[in-house]
Unconditional design. Structure first.
Length: 338
């Protein structure tokens, strides 16, 4: 692994004694988690984006605040649901955040996952044309978003305006150089991973894969990463090539760790999602030495450039800061930043 970071839903609610009782608390604490991540040595702080639930939903103001409070930490999403996005407005917001962060934005996008709202996109004002699908629509929106952040012309100038060449299309503003190289597509299948490589984006492998074939999750995921890399190498693109995976890992070094995570099941989980058999990976827990061995035995961790660790933000900033420190110590022992 070249880089490590955290990824969290930013859950809120629960009991009145919860460390994160409201959505506003989750937003404020996300900034605190980013600061703690940088202090622990982590490379990145990433958030999941979901609408109509007790989790984070407004990435760009929050990413800007996280960037403003840190100096080296990358800030990212895993992923923004493109069913809810205007690609040009999103491109302007992304350009502004990347400028604020001086090039530290890592932006994961995708079609999105199942959600609580039956008509969420409709209520946001987005509708599918007859015969279209969200899979196709979100890929088209992503293509326009990527075109815009590259600095390409988008809009026709007003005749008689200040531009000398009235045929020259106008780009969005601001343009942040290099951002087009830091766009990640969230992929839950081998096929979507291949497509990601073919179009020149980085690959953010999903926390579950929708084509269970009986192999352990980490083996199946490593296969997805290798096949993506081959597709990217053949594509001729220069705007991607990086891979990322997410893991749940909790070194047990205190009594509180033991209470929370000392007796977790460690095997893969298999279920049905969107009509397909889905396999997700295990939770790694145990002594730091045991967790290190689990990391080294994980083929996908060995294959990935970026490993994101899922944080239970609802346990509060202090506890998660402790978890990040322990994970960073283990990562250093097995070669990170060496």
């Amino acid at each position: 692994m070249k880089k490590i970071g955290f990824l969290t839903f930013g859950h809120s609610g629960g009991s009145s004694n919860s460390p994160v009782p409201t959505g506003a608390d989750a937003v404020r604490q996300m900034v605190d988690l980013a600061v703690a991540a940088e202090e622990s040595g982590f490379d990145g702080a990433w958030m999941r984006v979901h609408h109509f639930g007790n989790s984070l939903s407004t990435p760009f103001p929050l990413l800007a605040a996280m960037a403003a409070k840190t100096t080296t930490l990358e800030v990212g999403t895993g992923v923004i649901d493109m069913r809810y996005e205007n690609p040009l407005y999103m491109a302007e917001q992304a350009g502004a955040v990347d400028a604020i962060s001086s090039g530290r934005l890592q932006l994961g996008v995708s079609r999105g996952s199942p959600e609580p709202a039956r008509d969420g996109q409709h209520q946001f004002g987005y509708h599918l044309e007859p015969g279209n699908s969200w899979a196709n629509e979100t890929r088209e929106r992503t293509a326009l978003f990527r075109k815009a952040i590259s600095g390409a012309g988008i809009a026709h100038p007003e005749p008689g305006g200040h531009h000398h060449d009235h045929d020259e299309l106008l780009p969005i503003n601001p343009i942040s150089p290099g951002l087009e190289n830091r766009i990640w597509w969230g992929a839950a299948t081998i096929g979507s991973g291949l497509w990601t490589g073919e179009v020149g984006m980085n690959l953010l492998s999903s926390t579950l894969l929708l084509e269970d074939d009986g192999r352990p999750f980490h083996v199946l995921q490593a296969d997805q990463l290798r096949r993506y890399k081959a597709a990217y190498a053949a594509s001729g693109h220069t705007t991607g090539g990086m891979t990322a995976v997410t893991r749940s890992a909790f070194p047990v070094t205190t009594d509180k760790d033991e209470i929370y995570f000392g007796r977790r099941e460690r095997g893969d989980s298999v279920g049905i999602l969107d009509g397909s058999v889905a396999r997700s990976g295990p939770t790694y827990s145990g002594s730091p030495e045991e967790v290190a061995q689990q990391f080294m035995a994980d083929e996908a961790i060995g294959e990935a450039d970026y490993v994101l660790f899922a944080l239970p933000n609802q346990l509060g900033v202090d506890y998660n800061a402790h978890v990040m420190t322990e994970i960073a110590n283990i990562a250093r022992e097995i070669g990170w930043k060496n």
